[in-house]
Design a protein around this ligand. Structure first.
Ligand SMILES: Cc1ncc(COP(=O)(O)O)c(C=O)c1O
Length: 368
């Protein structure tokens, strides 16, 4: 089987560099909020083109802390999409607020600007826009709407490290940008990690306090925060990998382009072409025959997955909200049709060729 993902394919030379970074931390004996974290924060801020970067323990914490920094809490509603794996919902609830789900645009599968405009009219404290599958949400349109309403927008960039619109990278458009460095992300640690970017010095200071107990200074809490810190070893690992990110993103885009070419002209929906606005984190096709297509790909030795099978508002955990099942028609239709193919930089050329052949066969058959 071609694995859906394989974290064991790190080349030997990179493994050696990663090990050297870990050794550096061991030799220094400084494990939390030390020089590696400080250096990674400034290097990642520079990479994104952001004035500030504050690292945290993971991407879900990044979202929660970003919301808390904006003052979202009990009694507030935060607008978000329901097709993005539930991370924003988890963070919104952890901050004490409630999610208000907004339907998606079926072409990009990101937040629909017109649905967001309708939601904002009902009153929300903040918006989380996820750049799903590595494709930037339509930030110019979304920010126009949130700007008019005076509502801050948080970018969830967990799948979109390095994506950009008109040269301006994910994480620099909204009030705050939130990143995950979960190992399978385009920039992944060897464990958990997360970060928040912002151009606002006051928000950055607030986030810094919130990631460490709410401390204004050592042992002095101005408010109650979290303990959510990136450790020095993960920071050393991420510093080693960051210079490789653009090359990996290029390789992902090339793989995505080959898959899309194989499906051209067929009724199987493929992602829009990947320019700078997509870093092809996940290659997601759409077909009404999803289960049959999945079985056929499995028979051809190709692993697939579904991102994500159950929208947030239909999760068992959300039943108390009593939303009608048809509340988000595009989100619900997408959940029935989506299928994710393997798409990662370490895919071998022969594996890509096998997937292309299988897609050509599918495309040919679905046309006849
Ligand atoms: C879109 C999105 N947001 C947030 C997260 C949460 O990140 P973490 O797993 O680091 O908490 C993830 C991934 O896991 C994600 O894909």
């Amino acid at each position: 089987m071609i694995p859906f993902n394989d974290l064991n394919r790190t080349p030997a030379a990179l493994r050696a560099d990663l090990a050297a970074g870990v050794q550096r931390v061991l030799d220094r004996g400084w494990f939390i909020l030390g020089p590696e974290v400080a250096a990674f924060e400034s290097e990642f801020a520079a990479y994104c083109g952001s004035a500030h970067c504050v690292s945290v323990a993971n991407g879900t914490d990044a979202l929660e802390i970003a919301l808390r920094a904006l003052g979202a809490g009990p009694g507030d509603r935060v607008a978000t999409a329901a097709n993005a794996g539930g991370y924003s919902t988890t963070a919104i609830r952890a901050a004490g607020a409630q999610p208000l789900y907004v339907d998606i645009d079926p072409a990009s599968m990101n937040l629909s600007p017109s649905s967001l405009a309708a939601a904002l009219a009902t009153g929300v404290r903040a918006v989380i826009a996820t750049h799903l599958y590595g494709r930037m949400a339509d930030l110019p349109a979304l920010l126009e709407i949130t700007g008019r309403a005076g509502v801050p927008l948080v970018e969830d960039c967990a799948q979109a490290h390095g994506a950009a619109i008109a040269g301006r990278k994910a994480g620099t458009w909204g009030a705050l940008g939130c990143f995950s460095f979960y190992p399978t992300k385009n920039l992944g640690a060897c464990g958990d990690g997360g970060a928040i970017t912002t151009s606002d010095a006051a928000l950055a200071a607030r986030v810094k306090a919130l990631r460490q107990y709410g401390w204004a200074g050592k042992y002095h809490s101005a408010e109650y925060g979290r303990n959510s810190r990136m450790d020095e070893m993960q920071a050393a690992i991420l510093r080693t990998k960051l210079p490789l990110l653009d090359g990996w993103n290029r390789r992902r885009r090339e793989i995505a382009a080959r898959f899309s070419a194989a499906l051209a002209g067929s009724p199987i929906g493929c992602p829009p072409a990947s320019g700078e606005e997509s870093v092809a984190h996940l290659y997601v096709i759409r077909t009404a025959n999803r289960d049959a297509v999945r079985a056929e790909l499995a028979a051809a030795g190709i692993s697939t997955d579904i991102h994500y099978p159950v929208p947030d508002h239909l999760q068992e955990a959300a039943r108390h909200q009593g939303l009608p099942a048809a509340a988000l028609p595009e989100t619900e239709r997408a959940a029935r049709e989506i299928l994710t193919l393997p798409c990662y930089p370490e895919l071998r050329d022969d594996e890509i060729e096998r997937i292309v052949e299988a897609l050509r066969a599918l495309a040919g058959r679905s046309q006849s």
